[in-house]
Design a protein around this ligand. Structure first.
Ligand SMILES: C[S@@+](CC[C@H](N)C(=O)[O-])C[C@H]1O[C@@H](n2cnc3c(N)ncnc32)[C@H](O)[C@@H]1O
Length: 247
């Protein structure tokens, strides 16, 4: 694929398990691709007259690796980051990762890594500490705080999302596929995707965009959306949709 926006630079500060927390069995996501998806959506939104700051939601957030990276890379344009997952353990991990976008959360992580370096003196801890301090500089360069919300929800059945969030400008979600994670709650993939796309509609603001990352064979369409863009990156397919509101 040809990247239109995201630089080909070193993203090692965002490596999973370095400063960002991880757990066995969790997935990460190519950081440059995450940034590219965000920026393509932002470009379409702003061309349509919807300007930053944007609110962002991932309804299959896992440990919120994707959202946390986007938060650091584009936080200056982001007012809210919302994360939900069917798995409570994942939501706890998402809370920890998204806490890194707050001064207190990042400071706590810096102290934890300092403690590990003092105890074990490992080169990897020193590198993690350098990364954490660079992320602190990134955070210090942002103006306001990001509104962060995490909650548990089976997005294939979820009703009442508006109790938690509203006015979302952008959904970016990496669907369960492959060997590590699969759909829970709805074994039929087609219905799971339909359910997700239908259930998020009430929390979307007008002109919003929904970016779905899937494997190449999964069909991402729904009569309540029109397709804006589709592209592939390695084994992944990225489909950007926009809700269609009928009178
Ligand atoms: C590919 S992972 C997402 C990883 C995430 N993008 C990240 O950066 O950490 C897919 C996630 O979908 C979640 N999931 C599976 N079935 C779900 C459902 N019915 N509703 C909500 N989340 C679900 C899994 O628990 C898993 O965490």
């Amino acid at each position: 694929m040809i990247y239109k926006f995201a630089d080909n630079r070193n993203y090692q500060d965002y490596s999973s398990g370095r400063v960002l927390y991880n757990l066995p069995g969790t997935t990460s996501f190519p950081v440059r691709l995450a940034s590219e998806i965000y920026q393509r959506c932002a470009a379409v939104l702003s061309a349509g007259g919807v300007n930053a700051p944007y609110s962002l939601y991932d309804p299959c957030c896992g440990g919120a690796y994707l959202l946390t990276c986007i938060g650091f890379l584009h936080g200056r344009e982001i007012s809210g980051i919302y994360a939900s997952d069917i798995d409570r353990k994942m939501v706890s991990l998402a809370e920890k990762n998204l806490s890194l976008l707050t001064r207190e959360g990042l400071q706590k992580r810096i102290e934890q890594i300092e403690g590990m370096y003092a105890a074990y003196g490992k080169e990897s801890h020193l590198e993690a500490l350098k990364s954490a301090l660079r992320l602190k500089d990134v955070l210090d360069s942002m103006d306001g705080d990001i509104d962060i919300r995490c909650f548990t929800a089976d997005i294939t059945r979820a009703r009442g999302l508006t109790d938690y969030i509203n006015n979302v400008n952008m959904v970016i979600t990496d669907l369960p596929y492959g060997n590590i994670v699969s759909w829970s709650g709805q074994p039929d993939e087609k219905q799971a995707v339909q359910g997700l796309l239908e259930n998020i509609l009430p929390v979307l603001s007008s002109g919003s965009l929904v970016s779905v990352v899937s494997n190449k064979r999964t069909k991402i369409d729904c009569e309540r959306y029109r397709r804006i863009e589709m592209f592939t990156a390695g084994k992944r397919k990225i489909t950007i949709l926009q809700p269609v509101y009928r009178e």
